[in-house]
Design a binder for this molecule. Structure first.
Ligand code: NAD
Length: 476
């Protein structure tokens, strides 16, 4: 049985805790009870992490692709060996069903193995001029990366934040969410145990605004990689601009799902309901606004509500749980506010709409329909287990609704008309489009958004290139 570990930071390979530092209580969302005390960085800790990371960059920028590949492959092997332990920690501190936590480990294994191959393909190019002049365009690692990852994918987000800079030859100072530190430390430990020099990856925790202001103001940091809300992303982008940092911003979404009359509704529901309630809806690419053509609207809404009522909610560590608690008390509070506001504006509540139990942060799988567009929930990312289902007459009005919001992370559509599929791929304003599928990621393809959902991509070759700069060398 995995025990929740004592918590620490990692600076220069040293486990840092105690010493009169402030602490943060890590809570199990299934019980609401504190399970660990996390030490928070003081300014001196951050300064030390910066100094060590600067040294780490001097070391790692000179590493060969073979060295980087070996570390990434080794870490992937260790994560697989430690899959059960890592997954259990993630569920203890984040709440999601164990099966989902195990998948997060596999996502990291796949990504690290993909990058382990990709490091050999970071080609430059040579331009040979008729005059005899030669120009070489090279990719070089950008420098020290400050990486801030959130609590919703406590293992997967951390793998993304560490994997790309390490593959590129950068060093990283990682501040993962204070709510899910053991998962983050577990992933970083796999890299260190696989031979990553201790100067290359530092793990700090702290008061988020203190940490980000201090790190982003330092001339040592050259890139910010952030995953989280659009509001905080905009705030951090302003801080990063002061120091002209490169940024990768993976922010909020409000996933539209277009469902056309020509589909097999039951088949779509089988996938869409699981997609909606995965991780209690706390997923940036969660399917959120179901934009359903009139001919199948009632069947779709009723089928969704019926499945939602039967969805099995419980402790993520227990067998058979389909949906765990929400990750922190802010989320059920947000559900109450958003669903209450939608109902006040006249929306129908077809399922859920209430908390479950008297301990932990459980909220029932919910369905709202015929929701006025001025309800807060139709404009603000709900980040929770609620499906929003509205009827529309035709393709043009459905596309207009899909593109109405300033977000553009993931969009989905269900139709059997091939010509329409192509039109949708062209017209949907979104970094990722799922056509007849809710699976939109993969180690080998870029994950990222447009508009207020951010810029830059993680995963794929693009994820490594986002941690590199080009240099053009011209020889006469
Ligand atoms: P939040 O917006 O305060 O925090 C989101 C994340 O950003 C957390 O991991 C937090 O530690 C971090 N953060 C906050 N302020 C920071 C700062 N100044 N510097 C560095 N990091 C900072 O609030 P929250 O309650 O944790 O989440 C609220 C909303 O955030 C959700 O409703 C959702 O819209 C969004 N969110 C998105 C993702 C994603 O995958 N894109 C993940 C988590 C949360």
């Amino acid at each position: 049985m995995t025990q929740y570990p004592s918590l620490h930071m990692i600076i220069d390979g040293e486990k840092i805790s105690g010493g009169g530092r402030r602490t943060f209580d890590v809570v199990n969302p299934a019980t609401g009870e504190a399970i660990g005390a996390l030490p928070l960085a003081e300014t001196a800790d951050l300064d030390r992490a910066l100094e060590v990371a600067a040294e780490g960059f001097r070391i790692w920028r000179k590493s060969t692709p073979q060295q980087r590949s070996a570390v990434l492959q080794g870490a992937a092997r260790l994560m697989l060996e430690r899959q059960e332990e890592l997954a259990t920690l993630a569920t203890m501190e984040q709440g999601k069903p164990l099966a989902e936590s195990r998948i997060e480990v596999l996502m990291n294994v796949g990504l690290f193995n993909f990058y382990a191959g990709e490091v050999f393909r970071l080609y430059g190019r040579e331009l040979v001029r008729p005059t005899g002049m030669r120009s070489t365009i090279r990719h070089e690692p950008v420098g020290v990366v400050a990486a801030f990852s959130p609590w919703n994918f406590p293992l997967g987000n951390v793998g993304r934040k560490l994997g790309a800079p390490i593959a590129a030859g950068c060093s990283v100072i990682m501040k993962s969410a204070e709510e899910t530190p053991a998962s983050a430390l577990g992933v970083m430990q796999c890299l260190l145990d696989a031979g990553l020099p201790k100067q290359v990856a530092q793990a700090v925790f702290g008061v988020p605004d203190e940490v980000s202001r201090h790190l982003l103001a330092s001339p040592i940091v050259r890139k910010l990689s952030f995953t989280g809300s659009t509001v905080i992303g905009k705030h951090l982008a302003k801080l990063a601009a002061e120091n002209m940092l490169r940024t990768t911003m993976e922010l909020g979404g409000h996933g539209p799902v277009l469902v056309f009359d020509d589909v097999d509704v039951d088949k779509v529901l089988d996938t869409a309901v699981a997609g909606k309630y995965r991780n209690s809806g706390q997923v940036c690419v969660s399917p959120t606004r179901f934009i359903v053509q009139e001919g199948v609207f009632e069947k779709f809404r009723d089928g969704f509500a019926e499945r939602a009522k039967a969805w099995k909610v419980g402790n993520g560590l227990e067998d058979g749980t389909q949906m765990g608690p929400m990750a922190n008390p802010r989320r059920p509070d947000a559900m109450e506010r958003l669903i209450g506001n939608a109902r006040d504006k006249g929306a129908n509540l077809d399922a859920g709409g209430e908390r479950i139990g008297n301990q932990g942060f459980f909220y029932a799988p919910s369905v709202l329909s015929e929701i006025p567009l001025d309800a807060d929930i139709m404009n603000e990312e709900p980040f929770g287990p609620v499906a929003l289902i509205n009827p529309y007459r035709d393709e043009a009005s459905m596309i207009a609704e899909a593109n109405r919001l300033p977000y553009g992370l993931a969009a989905f559509s269900w139709t059997n008309d091939v010509q329409r599929q192509r039109r949708l791929a062209d017209e949907l304003e979104s970094g990722m489009v799922g056509i007849n599928s809710h699976m939109i990621g993969g180690a080998d393809s870029p994950f990222g958004g447009v508009k207020w959902s951010g810029h830059g991509a993680e995963d794929g070759p693009e994820g490594i290139l986002a941690c590199m700069v080009t240099k053009a060398v011209h020889e006469g």
